[in-house]
Design a protein around this ligand. Structure first.
Ligand code: AMP
Ligand code: MG
Length: 491
């Protein structure tokens, strides 16, 4: 069964909560005509939405905020959050508007949210808009994360117009439609904790449990169990980010999903040359959100959530739950990295091999994605000393020595070369969203209204482990000019 715009079953469960949690608000359409930039057929499948809706003249009107979804009940959510370590008492959806919640044929619910749909009571002094550049970056990256098997929000479509939006320079406006089962953030709880309001914390927790963790309903310790699941999902999510070299860039608690999804793509970056201290956000002068800080920041963030839940859970229980974070994170991280090296389990020898490899990669600034992908071609019984990938290292003797040890341990494993190669090709992507790739797609879109590059990138990024003959230029090292791209919070 495929739905049309008329038959898509809509509700908005969040709107059934009292008004303390949100404000009902209508989107503000662009002044100039809007047109479709891209439609994500795969994401439409999450809603069981017929891809033919694209040709319905109302489609662009609805997803540019000009017409309401029939039966929708639009709202902007209230939240607060710790930004760069400091509590900011009132944030909220300043430019995001939830149009409705759609139920697909499997009874799964998805919130449809416009990002860039105009001002809301939470806009503070900002314009409620998003620019083409930042929406293309979110559009591509949410697909890339999904392709990598990492929990994320999804992007259904992107519409643009020639409306001018003022940032560091004049840019054109765009609206991204985002899908997630819920957009509730850690900061959605924090706002009531700091206002000393216990009742809304309990109501929101009950809402989250009823809709997203129904297996906990009715259990006496359900709030603690909810915290424990969120800790587990957050730790796992960050271990996945680390394993693919993803830096989020703005891990404020208002950007942390209570479902453990990657949420709010801003100045993110995939690491190219391996550097644990990689900072993707040029506005992050102290490197608070550097790549290697993310696991610790994850702990800080879940601690903020735990604190906000103190009115409804015991403090000692909360502390005990937080103490599990580090071990959960480490065991996922070790497991994912062992798999990247082609081993089934992370034993002590695997961890030694990993530490030495990462140290050499850092010394040589080896490309994180290309290196792990190439490791899959190593043959365990070969006596060839030099491998083509030795060229990625400055100290080749040191790397030759590593390969020797690697082979020794591979020989002790039960997988043969073919089995191991296949397993590695399924965890080490061939394609990653490099900044310069997004940049080229943004330039073509902005200058020529040519969206073909977005389309090609969507194809490779949605299946990044596949070979994609004819697309291999996307799997090459970045060009020299790519090093100069600067990404900041302005979006
Ligand atoms: P972010 O850093 O994108 O997660 O945004 C932090 C806060 O600023 C959120 O509450 C956003 O809704 C708000 N915000 C960011 N950009 C805008 C904008 N152009 N207009 C209104 N609010 C915005
Ligand atoms: Mg945000």
């Amino acid at each position: 069964m495929k739905y049309s715009l008329n038959s898509l079953p809509l509700s908005n469960s969040f709107a059934s909560l009292p008004g303390d949690f949100y404000t009902r608000v209508q989107p503000t359409p662009f002044e100039l005509p809007a047109s479709l930039i891209h439609f994500n057929t795969r994401a439409a499948g999450l809603l069981d939405l017929d891809p033919g809706v694209l040709h319905d003249p109302r489609f662009v009107e609805i997803f540019s905020g000009k017409q309401l979804l029939p039966g929708g009940d639009p709202l902007a959510m209230l939240y607060a959050g710790h930004q760069f370590g400091h509590y900011v008492p009132q944030l909220g959806d300043g430019r995001a508007i939830i149009l409705a919640e759609a139920t697909n044929g499997r009874s799964e619910k998805w919130e449809l949210q416009l990002k860039g749909g105009g001002q809301t009571p939470y806009s503070r002094n900002a314009d409620g808009r998003a620019v083409l550049r930042s929406t293309i970056r979110e559009y591509l990256c949410s697909e890339a994360m999904h392709g990598l098997g990492i929990p994320t929000t999804h992007a259904l479509c992107l519409v643009g117009s020639d409306d001018e939006v003022y940032r560091e320079q004049i840019e054109s406006g765009a609206i991204l439609t985002r899908l997630a089962p819920s957009h509730v953030r850690f900061g959605s709880f924090e706002v009531f904790f700091y206002r000393n309001q216990q009742q809304p914390i309990r109501m929101l927790a009950d809402y989250v449990i009823e809709h997203h963790y129904p297996e906990l309903a009715g259990k006496p310790d359900r709030y603690l169990l909810m915290l424990q699941i969120i800790i587990e999902r957050t730790a796992r999510l960050i271990a996945q980010w680390q394993s693919v070299g993803f830096a989020h860039g703005v891990m404020n608690t208002d950007n942390m999903s209570i479902l453990g999804l990657t949420l709010d793509y801003g100045p993110y970056g995939f690491m190219e040359a391996y550097d644990p201290g990689f900072v993707c956000n040029h506005s992050d002068h102290h490197g608070r959100y550097a790549f290697d800080q993310q696991p610790q920041i994850g702990l800080f963030n879940v601690s903020c959530l735990a604190q906000a839940l103190l009115p409804i859970i015991d403090i000692e229980d909360a502390k005990a739950a937080l103490e599990t974070y580090q071990d959960i994170y480490t065991s996922y991280y070790h497991q994912f990295m062992a798999e990247k090296l082609g081993f089934e389990k992370a034993d002590a020898r695997v961890l030694e091999l990993l530490a030495e490899l990462l140290a050499q990669m850092q010394q040589s600034r080896a490309d994180y994605t290309l290196l792990f992908r190439a490791l899959g071609d190593i043959q365990r019984d070969s006596s060839a000393r030099r491998q083509p990938i030795s060229d990625m290292f400055i100290d080749r003797e040191r790397f030759d020595h590593w390969i020797k040890n690697y082979r020794l341990h591979l020989r002790a494993s039960s997988r043969n070369d073919t089995q191991r190669r296949e397993a590695m090709m399924n965890v080490n992507p061939k394609y990653i969203l490099r900044n310069y790739m997004a940049q080229l797609a943004i330039e073509k879109a902005g200058r020529d209204k040519d969206y073909s590059e977005i389309d090609r990138l969507m194809t490779v990024l949605s299946a990044p482990f596949d070979e994609h003959p004819g697309m291999s230029h996307y799997a090459e090292p970045p060009p020299d000019w790519a090093g100069n791209i600067q990404v900041s919070c302005s979006s």
